[in-house]
Structures are given as C-alpha cells and as structure tokens.
Design a protein around this ligand. Structure first.
Ligand SMILES: Cc1cc2nc3c(=O)[nH]c(=O)nc-3n(C[C@H](O)[C@H](O)[C@H](O)COP(=O)(O)O)c2cc1C
Ligand code: SF4
Length: 554
C-alpha cells in the first residue's frame, strides 16, 4: 500500500510535493485538518481521504488541536533543565488565554533557555519587560547569540566563509576532472562516519546509491535536528550553509542524482530562510541548473519545511513525510540507497556529514583521516547548553577528552550531577564518569553511553532524576510514530508508572517490571526511538540508584 502511495506521490514530484501543500494550508488556516482540504488533496493526489487525514492529523503544526495556538513554549530537555519554562509560561498567561499557549520541541536555543516561538520567530532569554513589549507592541529581539570555538589548528566546520568562487573551486575541479572512481577512493580513505547519530560509514552508503540502477535518484539532507540540546545543524545551516550545499552537490555528482532535498525542521525558521538565500546565490553564480560549468552535471535544490514531528528525523519516516504519507518508520531492507524517496535510490545524510565534504576534497581522504582517531575520523561539533559558562558550538578533533571541552567552556554555572549527550536517546553520564570519555563513537560505546549527534544537556543537582526519567518517557510517548507496540505502549506505560510513583508516596515501582519494560522496548522496537530511550533510563537507574530508591520497591 505505502509503496503504491510512494509512486503516486512521485507523479506530483518534489517541486509540488504533497507534504508541502499540507504545510502551506496549515500556515494559511492554522490547520490542514479540515474536511475540505483533506478531501481536495486526497482526490488530487489519488491518496484518498483516510491517508491524507492520517498525515495531517499527525503533525503538531498541521493538526487541528493546535489551530488556535498563538505562542509555543519549548518543552525540550535543555529548557526543562534550565528551569526557565514555568516562569515563561506564567508570563505568557498575562497576555494569552491558556488554550492559546502550545508546546514546541526544540527550538535550538538551548544555549540560553526560556525558548519560545511567536508569530513564526524564535526567542529566548527574554526579560518580563521584553515579553510584555513583544506581546503588546509586537516588537522584540529575536537575535541568537552563542560562542563558536574551534580547537583545530585550521578550523574546518567553523572556518570563515571565503566567498562562492573560492569555496566552490575544489568542487569545480572535481567535476572538471570527472573521475568518480577516484573520488570513491578518497571517500573511503576519509573514514567519514555519519554525524546524525548512528555513525554509519558514509562511503558505503554513497557507493550503494551509486551502484543502484535507475534514471532518477535523490540526495536528501536530514535537517530535522530534533534532539533537545543539539543546535549543531542549525549553526551549520545558518552560519555555514554552503558547506552543506557543497556536500550535497558532491553526493549528487558522485551517485548520479540531479535533485537535492533539504528537509528542515519548522522550528528553525531562520535556517529555512538562510539556506534558501544561499541556494539563490549559487543559482546566480551559475553553479546550479543544467550542465554546471560545462561538465554535463545537472543539479537543483528544493527546501522543504517540516511540521513539528521528532520522528521525521528518522530517515525512512522523513521520506514518507516528504511523500505526504503519515511519517511512520519503514522496515529495512530495502534501504534508502535502493528504495528511498518515491522508492528511488536515495542518499540520506545528516547536515554535519555533508558539511565535511569540502575538507575531504581539499585535504584528500588520508589527510582528512589524519584528524581524529582511526575509527572516528575528522572534526566533530559539540553544542553546549545554558548551564555551561560559555555555551555554544565547539569544534574538536574526534578523540578529544570530554573534560577538555568542558574546561574550554569554562565549566558550569551551577552544580551539575550528570550530562545527557546525544539527545533524548543518548546516555546519561554522571559527572564522576566524564573523565573516562573522549568525543568519539568508540569511547562512548565502551563506557555504555552514546555520542549520538553530540548535543549536551546539563542536569543540575536540583533536578530530581525521577522527573528527568518521566520527561524521557513523556517525550517518547509524545513523539512515537505508533507503528510498533513496544514503543507506542511501552513509553506510555513507563510514563504512567513514573507519574504514579511521583504523585502517590504509597505506590512503588516494581524494579523487575521496569527492567522488563525497558528490555522489551530495547530489544523489540522497530527503530531507535523506542529502542533507544531505555539506555538513558537504565543509566539513570544504574548511577542514581540511591536518589531513586524511594520510588522503587525494595
Ligand atoms: C528517532 C530518530 C530520530 C532521528 N533524528 C535525526 C535527526 O534529527 N537528524 C539526523 O541527521 N538523523 C537523525 N536520525 C538518524 C537518521 O535515521 C539517519 O541515520 C541519518 O539521517 C543518516 O545520516 P548520517 O549517516 O549522515 O548520520 C534519527 C534516528 C531516529 C531513530
Ligand atoms: S520504535 Fe516508536 S517511533 Fe520507532 S517505529 Fe516503533 S513506534 Fe515508531
């Protein structure tokens, strides 16, 4: 069924894609979940009403229950730990009715806390007076300021942009030479592993898509950075957009794809605008379209704004989303390199993964691999939340001690008991274990944690660990795509158990039941949402047992 829908969606194409029409309708009317819109789009796309309704009722920004919301408060982990959101909510209640205030997660303002979205713009760290001015006069400061540091002798991901001519010179040389096999060798030598969380070897994926037959292929940039605490991709899109675009063009040239799609989360309105401007600049410079620089290579970009669903960061849910289907995770195989967007061969990579490509072209694969560790090569960006003395984006070589990153950021502003690194599915690292970790995939795995995308959320001493565990279950229950039972039911049962233990002192959680629940989710969920959230919860139970004892049966 969903395969047929993919083929129907292909007929509409990327330019007029079905999902974008849902988002546009919701932007105009507050929701796309109206009978007339659902029927109209269902008939035009030949999807039918049920499929269309299934999709528009899924997303935070298209479903009808959010139609009358006027302001959205961030409820991500970093803002929760910053302790800013209750006060912010209270201040909003002076200007809005309770049902006009919605929730959003996450705006990537983790470096400041107090994040919210109002009239399509993001704000953070606002005083009470500034909030009143914004809500009464519509005037406010939405600037987004954070530190950017690199410890590399020659910065790569944070290097200053030198202008289109200079920046794209290595790409022009590449396509003029036209030797794809030679590029394949450099990609393999570079050892670059995907930065979206799983650390999958990039060359392997690209070679798979190149080898897949078919006249139409796609390059998709996963810019749905949903991990609370992470604003790495936001930084790259807003401050280094050409690094991402160049990487996608290299992928297109290598694999034989003519279309690059950037799926950018709606929570990052500035990223959408800035990437669009960068694409227009490239167009003006004659680097897009047909027969680029006389090489015979054709390439175009399309940006698609998301609609508020964490699961759309999972690559197969993202592809279903673009196609206008309900964004449920697909079973693999087939992998996207064989059957991706519209069931055509597709490379899906994270923003930061693409941003590394220019360095591979200029340094060569081996030169690039000389940075970092043998298994985790290259530079890595780490984003630090508002409890750090100097929160911001830190570029380090893979293998850098985590303690060095913390000391570069001036330590913490308050007493911190643990950090969660790698988003809600990343491990919870007690401060006593931080000195065992270096910023690379192997070190985190060896110690029972996960580097993930490397956004860091600091959990202060004052945050009860049981509250944080409830937050993780709640997050998963809210964001589960619902396709598999262990995640859909397990996250809700976990949330209920913890809420009951917190609210009723006579109720204690059976530890065996909790272990059984977590093991079931971990071992039988279809994707790493349900399968991943047990890791931080198990970490919390293992390392904060004494604090949690009162909530469990002895
Ligand atoms: C629940 C879930 C959420 C994810 N969110 C993101 C995301 O926001 N950005 C991202 O690049 N990858 C995300 N991923 C990983 C993608 O599925 C995929 O592995 C990645 O886009 C591949 O790119 P890479 O190889 O460059 O890392 C997520 C995975 C899961 C299971
Ligand atoms: S684990 Fe959760 S998000 Fe992933 S497929 Fe199952 S229900 Fe969907």
């Amino acid at each position: 069924m969903s395969t047929n829908l993919s083929h129907l969606s292909f007929r509409q194409g990327v330019e007029k894609n079905v999902f974008e029409r849902m988002v546009d309708a919701a932007d105009k009317a507050g929701t796309a979940e109206t009978p007339s819109f659902v029927r109209g789009l269902g008939e035009e796309s030949l999807f039918g009403d049920a499929v269309t309704l299934g999709a528009v009722s899924f997303y935070d920004f298209t479903k009808k229950e959010n139609a009358n919301k006027k302001v959205f408060v961030c409820n991500g982990s970093a803002c929760l730990c910053a302790g800013t959101q209750d006060k912010l909510h209270h201040a909003m209640e002076q200007s809005f009715k309770a049902d006009e205030i919605g929730h959003i997660c996450c705006l990537g303002r983790c470096h400041e806390g107090g994040a919210f979205q109002y009239q399509g713009k993001n704000y953070s760290g606002q005083s009470d007076a500034a909030l009143t001015t914004l809500f009464t006069e519509g005037k406010g400061d939405d600037s987004d300021n954070y530190a950017v540091f690199s410890t590399l002798e020659t910065p790569i991901l944070t290097a200053e942009f030198t202008g289109i001519d200079d920046y794209y010179a290595p790409f022009k040389t590449l396509i003029a030479k036209g030797d794809r096999d030679a590029l394949g060798v450099e990609l393999k030598d570079s050892g670059l592993r995907g930065r979206g969380g799983a650390g999958f070897p990039m060359h392997f994926k690209w070679a798979g898509a190149k080898a897949s037959p078919g006249p139409v292929k796609y390059i998709v940039c996963n810019a749905d950075e949903g991990d609370p605490g992470a604003y790495i991709d936001k930084y790259l899109m807003e401050k280094q957009p050409h690094s991402v675009l160049l990487g996608m063009m290299v992928a297109g040239w290598y694999a034989g794809a003519e279309t690059g799609v950037l799926y950018i989360r709606a929570e990052y309105p500035d990223s959408v605008r800035i990437v669009d401007e960068a694409i227009a600049d490239l167009q003006k410079a004659g680097l897009l379209g047909d027969n680029i620089c006389g090489s015979g290579f054709n390439f175009r970009f399309k940006t698609i704004k998301g609609a508020g669903a964490y699961i759309c960061g999972e690559e197969t849910a993202l592809l279903s989303s673009i196609e206008g289907q309900r964004p449920e995770v697909r079973t693999r195989p087939p992998f996207p390199t064989v059957e991706g967007l519209f069931r055509r061969p597709t490379i899906v990579n994270n923003v930061e993964t693409f941003a590394n490509l220019r360095a591979i072209l200029t340094l060569g694969g081996k030169g690039y691999a000389a940075i970092g560790t043998p298994q985790s090569t290259g530079p890595k960006l780490v984003s630090l939340d508002s409890w750090f003395s100097k929160p911001g984006i830190y570029e380090v070589a893979m293998g850098t001690p985590l303690l060095d990153v913390i000391s570069m950021a001036g330590g913490f502003k308050t007493n911190i008991k643990a950090i969660q690194i790698g988003g809600p599915l990343g491990g919870i690292v007690p401060m006593s274990h931080v000195d065992r970790l270096t910023v690379d995939f192997e070190s985190f795995k060896k110690e029972g944690f996960l580097l993930g995308h490397a956004g860091v959320v600091s959990i202060p001493e004052t945050m009860p660990m049981i509250e944080y565990i409830q937050h993780l279950f709640q997050f998963t229950a809210d964001e589960s795509c619902g396709k598999c039972f262990p995640c859909r039911l397990g996250s809700t049962r976990g949330k209920e158990l913890v809420a009951k233990a917190r609210g009723d002192s006579s109720f204690k959680i059976d530890p065996e039941l909790m272990t059984d629940l977590l093991d079931t989710m971990e071992q039988t969920s279809l994707c790493a949402l349900g399968g991943g959230v047990p890791l931080p919860i198990k970490n919390a139970i293992a390392h904060f047992g004494a604090e949690l004892d009162g909530y469990f049966k002895s």
